[in-house]
Design a protein around this ligand. Structure first.
Ligand code: XUL
Ligand code: CO
Length: 437
């Protein structure tokens, strides 16, 4: 008999919007078709290993508060295997098709890299068989090059090439493990790839180094024949006061500058966007309108707190606006909705992990349905396309096709006089959105 970690909790089922059962979906029904495609295929939900199975509830003012039944064994490798088994029990009961990990969450680091890699191999072997039995896939793997003290001054941006080499070795191995598990993507989040003080920092040197690391990753990807997409996840600050991957626009510029543009896409996280002073839908739009949206991390921040609170997404406006952008640009393709979110410190029972994910999945399912209805009715699209229609004809067309000159436009204004004033109708449009929500 296999160990049970979530005793008394069965498979989470869809019971519809009138259900009062807190352990049932009210809106997410995997097989239900929205615009010709199942919800499961639209949303491609993914559970993260780190917060969900490695989170302890610690914060800057206090240590661990969660007692997890998969964290009880004395031997660290036994704990790692229990955590992996607990993850698959959870994922199977919840019914997400994907999960995601960092190398260090699934296997603890040993005293040297050789033994660390051996440990990782052992867990990857277990994950492989659990994935096969459960029919669950890896959305992405990534390497934790930020927690260990060696990465205090960064990984790729570290002033010491020995540390750079360590990060490179770790990324090599994590990418190979991701390939081994059939991962759809591989993510680079530059935790500590930034500075905390300009007085000791050569910014250009650090960014050149970072680019070299990514170039090597592209070469290695080709060498081993890994077919997943490489993703960069922007974040403006935390842990450093300025991270080089500030936001989607900054990362796109970086990728262009260093010849990496065709080899990467972006993984956009809600609260990273808001920490950068943007909305989620802003950063999604920046990435998607260039065809560079790879995947999304789903969560939310707290507008009263200035740090990355990684709360579960329950705000219907945010999920609706996100799904509007995603549907408009043709869906998530190889990406997914990855819950990079954690339960609050006070929500320490294992069942709280179910409540949190059910809420996030229902919020995205509603966002998807609302966005789909809005897009089929087309009221917003029609308004926007009418707003720019002037560029499809006459002088607007001449501007966009490169025919008009400053002198021609001067003549145009001298003849036509003052342009007509036209309202942007923001309140009317917001009222339309509210009608659907
Ligand atoms: C940190 C964060 C990471 C990345 C993966 O804020 O979002 O968990 O998603 O390294
Ligand atoms: Co993230």
């Amino acid at each position: 008999m296999m160990k049970q970690f979530f005793k008394g909790i069965g498979k989470i089922r869809y019971e519809g919007p009138d259900s009062k059962n807190p352990l049932a979906f009210k809106h997410y029904r995997a097989s239900e078709k929205v615009g010709g495609k199942s919800m499961e295929a639209h949303l491609r939900f993914s559970v993260v290993f780190w917060h969900t199975f490695r989170g302890t509830g610690s914060d800057p003012f206090g240590g661990a508060v969660y007692d997890r039944p998969w964290d009880e064994a004395a031997d660290p490798m036994e704990r790692a295997e229990d955590a992996m088994r607990a993850a698959f029990e959870f994922i199977t009961k919840l019914g997400t098709p994907f999960y995601a990990w960092h190398d260090r969450d699934i296997a603890p680091e040993a005293d040297d890299l050789r033994e660390t890699n051996r440990r990782l191999d052992r867990i990857v072997k277990l994950a492989r068989s659990l994935q096969r039995d459960a029919g669950v896939k890896l959305l992405w793997g990534t390497s934790n090059c930020f927690s260990h003290p060696r990465f205090t001054h960064g990984a790729g941006t570290n002033p010491d090439p020995h540390v750079f080499a360590y990060a490179a070795a770790q990324i090599k191995k994590a990418m190979e493990c991701t390939k081994e598990l059939g991962g759809a993507n591989y993510v680079f989040w530059g935790g500590r790839e930034g500075y905390s003080n300009l007085l000791n920092t050569d910014m250009k040197q650090e960014q050149d180094q970072m680019a070299r690391l990514l170039q090597m990753a592209v070469e290695h990807k080709k060498k081993i024949g890994f077919r997943g997409t490489l993703l960069v996840e922007p974040k403006p600050k935390e842990p450093t006061k300025h991270q080089y991957d500030y936001d989607a626009a900054t990362v796109l510029g970086f990728l262009r500058k260093y010849g990496l543009y065709d080899d990467f896409k972006l993984n956009i996280e809600a609260n990273h966007a808001t920490l950068a002073g943007h909305s989620y839908e802003h950063d999604l739009t920046v990435a998607a309108s260039e065809g560079m949206l790879g995947s999304i991390d789903a969560n939310r921040g707290d507008y009263l707190l200035g740090w990355d609170t990684d709360q579960f997404p329950t705000d219907l406006y945010s999920t609706t606006y996100a799904m509007m952008v995603i549907l408009k640009h043709g869906g998530l393709r190889r990406g997914g909705v990855n819950f990079d979110a954690k339960v609050r410190r006070g929500s320490f029972d294992p069942v709280d992990l179910f409540h949190a994910h059910i809420g996030g999945m229902d919020a995205f399912a509603r966002g998807l349905k609302i966005a789909d209805r809005m897009s089929r009715d087309g009221l917003l699209e029609d308004f926007v396309s009418e707003r720019y229609a002037g560029y499809k004809r006459g002088v607007g067309r001449r501007i966009m096709t490169g025919k008009a000159t400053l002198a021609e436009l001067e003549r145009y204004v001298l003849k036509q006089g003052e342009p007509e004033k036209r309202s942007g109708r923001e309140e009317m449009l917001e009222n339309i959105v509210n009608r659907y929500i």
